[in-house]
Design a binder for this molecule. Sequence first.
Ligand code: HEC
Length: 201
Amino acid sequence: MKKIVAVGLLSASLLVGAVAHEAEDIKKEVIEIGQETSKKLLKTLVPELKKAMKEGGPLKAVEVCSKKALKLTEKVAKEEGVEIKRTSFKYRNPKNAPDKYEKEALEYFEKELKEKGELPKYYVQKINENEYRYYMPLKIKGVCLTCHGDPNHMDKKLLAKIKELYPNDKATGYKLGDFRGVIRVTVTKEAIEKHEKHHKE
Ligand code: HEC
């Protein structure tokens, strides 16, 4: 009798260990996939923005952004087998408004920045058994100020164009180094399995 209990306890603890181990592995995969995808998105969007700025100035670049940002985001998401969204408390396009999980992530970054003086590299959420989210924070750099800076210092024509395209724009008034928002990557169990397979091959 005693022996059976002992065996039972042993296998129970092995099981708990295995589950904990699996959770850690999943988190690691989510971070890897999230990072790869976010970097790929930035490598797609930033050069496109810079090219448009160089060729036609900020007025042209705003048009390019408004026409292409969502499409390019969609394209990278498809290639990587995930869902991607860019979101912020102060969004320009209402399609990028945060949901309740995204608000939680945005609050986390704001709080950490306030308390520790720097932004964490990422944040991971478990939505349910099949779905995780990875968040990468974005900071305001010099080039961003042209279209997200102090409206009093922005080009008047550019500001008018932004207002025309986005009547309820909230995304101005930022300073260099401010926390702008996040790239969110939704990673499913299926995407994780594909990623694992890909890496083992
Ligand atoms: C030429 C003007 C321009 C510049 C420069 C620019 N943006 Fe934007 N940004 C836009 C427009 C237009 C949108 C709305 C895009 C859309 O409709 O999806 C936008 C949207 C965003 C969003 C999505 C959330 C939202 O507000 O809708 C983020 C995040 C963002 N920009 C960050 C940045 C960062 C970081 C930089 C600097 C690296 C930057 N932007 C530079 C014009 C610009």
